[in-house]
Design a protein around this ligand. Sequence first.
Ligand SMILES: Cc1ncc(COP(=O)(O)O)c(C=O)c1O
Length: 403
Amino acid sequence: MKESDSQIFEKDAKDYLPVFNRYKIVLDHGEGAYLWDNNGKKYLDFLGGIAVNVLGHAYPPLVKAIADQAAKLIHTSNLYYTQPQADAAAKLVALSGLDKAFFGNSGAEANEGAIKIARKYAHKIDPEKSQIISAWHSFHGRTLATLTATGQPKYQEGVGPLPAGFDYVHFNDYEELEKLVTDKTAAVLLEPIQGEGGVHTPKDDYLKKVRALCDKHKALLIFDEIQCGIGRTGSFFAYEKYGVKPDIVTLAKGLAGGVPIGAFVVTDEVAKAFKPGDHGTTFGGNPLACAAANVVLDTVPKKEFLDNVAKVGSHFKEKLQSLQKKYPSYIKEVRGEGLILGMEINDNDHGRDIVNKAMEEGFIINCTAGNVLRFIPPLIVTEKEVDLLAECLGTILGEFATK
Ligand SMILES: Cc1ncc(COP(=O)(O)O)c(C=O)c1O
């Protein structure tokens, strides 16, 4: 029997570990870029399950692939081969220009695996070559190693001792990185575009210089494309945009359109660091998740699909920039590429209120890093849908700007 919102809130308060600051709606179903709550209210979704639902909600080919695979074989141990997994790995290798893919279940697991293989690779060069450098304001996950790599102390408080050997630099500050990297550095781990930290894009040649610095010190370059990859910038991998190839790329979120999955993809050279038995997973890359991933990997990399992301994304950015022109003292900056966009507001107190107001008006948006409205919608969102949000946002921001 379908329960009311208040019954569900009550159950949740009693039984669910309260680690999320949730918004007070119960979501029921979706279609395309739209979601409906328990009471039939419709929302235009500009969060996409935090950059996950890349093909929108209930995309028929994805639903069919999942249903067909579930009816055949949901899971088998990784002790055996399955075609969906072999296909998904082959597609990721072809798209990335790297050589070997491994599947886990989440972004944190993908980064955990990437850090582990990087350390193992470096250890063979020099047992003391273990330093991992990441960026302040990054986000890499919630396992102990990945929350340590995450350059935000609030996620690390009270859970120490943390794994050793992690250091941090400011994103886009090449000189600071140059001072820190030595022959003892195993890897530099960066999001090409920082998502959770407030949608920060790299300066023109920053990533190229980081690549050269890593090469000089035989340190691996790991790109975390868990949020900015899978077509979000208008290229399948964000790194293609910046003309820099990493040694390892990590993916998750949108990779299977909403079915849990994570992946790290490495060069042959790095792959040699792991021998059978060095890593593993029970669920990772099971046939159900990989059948879903195969739909994403057959759809998103198509030129028309990516061109459309770039086109809708630049239309969206122009709309946000015109709001900035309208409220120049309230809106500090508009940033991002394709459909990972951020609008930084000069207001640290009302981000959540703006999100709540948008929700009342039927739009799901998000505020990250305290004062950055972040837009990471399904990649199938249209310019018309963007216009609807821009109009609503204009009214809401107008109210807050004059408060
Ligand atoms: C860039 C990045 N890396 C890693 C993660 C962690 O992914 P997960 O929550 O699937 O473990 C996230 C999640 O937001 C992310 O944005």
